[in-house]
Design a protein around this ligand. Structure first.
Ligand SMILES: C[S@@+](CC[C@H](N)C(=O)[O-])C[C@H]1O[C@@H](n2cnc3c(N)ncnc32)[C@H](O)[C@@H]1O
Length: 278
């Protein structure tokens, strides 16, 4: 049986997660200290352009205090906390990896957001949702990890109310991959579903969604990941002091690998907003 929660650790972004606590220590925060989401933004957002990207979704989806939102693949909980705090709405944050989910829940408690934000641990594909529904499903760099897009969209459609919205920033494949490149992306990025851009849209349409916005983010993210890598290398001594050499090497290796994928022209980024239409 496939153990996604374990196998996904082949992607080095998901190892050394004690780096969150080391960053908090660097901020002078003890284990019990209360926190503000703004203090976490530099290290609790595992996607591109941090809270700006999340605020874009809050604005374009018109998320308000009356909205209920589900995030698929919530990581350390950064996007979900930003949404809950900015919109004062109810958010369910679903995360596959138990260790990340534990960190996320603790950070949410320390930010005083537990009454709005419900952290759940599990695989989106076999979570029991009973009769829960949401106005919006959001996801940053998570659904490319999930192989069965047809089933993912069927479940999403059932979870969304009438006119419910699906928003994602995700990865796609720009050029066909050689077997060795495919293998590298399966391990280094734990990529399980990377259609081309047109197929990406068509799969949503075939699942009964109307595309409201689709934007190719590839050039933007190639530049973002280049700058991220350069910045990380420039601060090598600081990162080794705050974390350790092993963590530095894991993160540097991951940032370098991802940047190479974008620069090769093989890996692309997409922003997609779609409305449930039937
Ligand atoms: C790149 S991280 C992004 C985390 C968060 N969205 C953010 O931007 O900060 C993607 C997350 O999706 C989670 N994930 C992958 N497959 C999942 C699944 N089937 N169900 C729930 N979460 C999943 C991973 O464990 C990982 O933490």
């Amino acid at each position: 049986m496939v153990d996604h929660a374990n196998d996904i650790k082949s992607m080095k972004l998901y190892t050394h997660i004690d780096r969150v606590y080391r960053e908090l220590n660097e901020l002078g925060k003890g284990p019990e200290d209360l926190l503000d989401t703004s203090e976490l933004a530099a290290f609790d957002q595992l996607h591109y352009h941090g809270v700006d990207a999340v605020q874009y979704a809050v604005d374009t989806l018109n998320i308000s205090d009356r909205s209920s939102v589900l995030e698929i693949g919530s990581g350390f909980g950064g996007p979900a906390r930003h949404i809950a705090k900015q919109a004062q709405c109810r958010v369910t944050a679903l995360e596959l990896q138990p260790d990340q989910n534990t960190v996320a829940r603790e950070l949410t408690e320390r930010c005083g957001l537990s009454s709005l934000l419900n952290h759940r641990c599990g695989d989106f594909m076999d979570t029991d949702w009973s009769d829960e529904t949401f106005d919006a499903i959001v996801s940053w760099l998570a659904i490319y990890h999930i192989p069965d897009r047809k089933r993912l969209l069927e479940i999403s459609s059932q979870l969304l109310g009438d006119d419910g919205m699906f928003f994602t920033e995700d990865l796609y494949c720009r050029q066909s991959l050689e077997p060795d490149e495919n293998q590298l992306m399966s391990t280094g990025l734990y990529a399980a579903h990377l259609p081309d851009f047109d197929t990406y849209l068509r799969e949503f349409e075939q699942a009964g969604f109307e595309i409201v916005e689709s934007r190719d983010m590839s050039e933007d993210w190639a530049e973002f990941t280049s700058n991220r890598l350069q910045d990380y290398r420039n601060k090598r001594n600081r990162h080794i002091r705050v974390h350790n050499l092993e963590t530095y090497q894991a993160m540097e290796g991951f940032y370098s690998f991802v940047n190479g994928c974008f620069l090769s022209g093989k890996l692309g980024g997409i922003r997609l907003m779609a409305r449930k239409s039937d």
